[in-house]
Design a protein around this ligand. Structure first.
Ligand code: ADP
Length: 279
């Protein structure tokens, strides 16, 4: 049976009593070793969900269970060890004067012996492809490299889940793709769940499951392929639809019987070849 790692049970949240609810009655489960994308328009509640997952915020209604523990004032220190988070702006996440110091920082408060720290610094920087930059000063790194170091710093404390909250939003398309490839490989190889939070549908392709948020409510939960088949509805709730989906729609309108469920260019090309060979 699948092991539940994160459970939201009828969670509602608002930032203050006189303000509107920004999450309403949200329930979902994220399993151990699972890769899930949470998508939704700006302001749909995604970041609030992330902050509830590591006890930066507490829900007024409902319950959040992480790795068997309810999130509350007493459990947050344990829970933060299990829940690693990387945010949008790489420049706000650096604390060390070199790459290795930065990765060490999260471990320093946790009483990890020096030898073990050195091993973890090397292993995690290797895993994110930054092993050659141990002594580099952060300001010399590109945005994508900074985010990879931030990911290494989070992984060094061995979390159960890595949450990327719009962590690629400030990167160019190549930097984005590299980060997504790195984390997808890590997630597959390690005992780790991955949650990617984004408003960009392109990033959901690699996820096993997608949770779509709309105006603070869970709108849909499905596989990426099922989600991609609902382009019109997704556009209506303010999501960026990938180019391949727009192209497939345009081809369909010209009368070509493509499925409209393609996840990437390769799949569309494959379909077009098949159609071509039947002509
Ligand atoms: P998303 O990550 O999907 O863009 P957020 O979780 O950041 O959405 O925001 C959800 C809603 O909560 C928005 O309406 C936003 O304006 C509001 N909000 C976010 N942070 C705060 C805050 N610190 N105080 C009051 N309202 C907030």
């Amino acid at each position: 049976m699948e092991e539940k790692l994160i459970e939201f049970r009828n969670v509602s949240f608002r930032y203050a009593e006189e303000q509107p609810w920004v999450l309403r009655n949200c329930s979902f489960t994220i399993n151990a070793n699972e890769s899930v994308a949470i998508i939704g328009h700006n302001g749909s509640g995604k970041s609030t969900i992330a902050k509830l997952m590591n006890g930066l915020l507490f829900a007024q209604e409902g319950e959040i269970i992480i790795h068997g523990k309810p999130v509350n004032e007493e459990t947050i220190w344990d829970i933060r060890k299990d829940v690693g988070m990387v945010f949008q702006n790489p420049d706000n996440q650096f604390v060390g004067t070199t790459v290795q110091d930065d990765v060490a920082f999260g471990m320093e408060n946790r009483g990890i012996p020096r030898e073990e720290m050195i091993r973890r610094i090397n292993d995690t920087l290797q895993a994110v492809g930054m092993k050659d930059h141990l002594l580099t000063e952060p300001h010399r790194l590109s945005g994508g490299q900074k985010q990879r170091v931030a990911i290494a710093g989070v992984l060094a404390v061995s979390p159960k889940v890595l949450i990327l909250d719009e962590a690629t939003a400030m990167l160019d398309p190549k930097g984005r793709q590299e980060i997504m490839q790195t984390v997808t490989t890590l997630q597959a190889e390690q005992d780790l769940s991955l949650i990617t939070i984004t408003h960009d549908l392109t990033e959901v392709v690699e996820a096993e499951r997608v949770i779509v948020m709309n105006k603070g409510e869970k709108w849909k939960e499905a596989t990426p392929r099922e989600i991609f088949a609902e382009k019109e509805a997704l556009r209506e709730i303010g999501l960026d639809v990938p180019f391949v989906a727009i192209l497939a729609d345009a081809l369909k309108q010209t009368g070509l019987p493509v499925s409209g469920r393609e996840l990437n260019h390769e799949e569309l090309l494959e379909e077009l070849w098949t159609l071509h060979s039947k002509m």
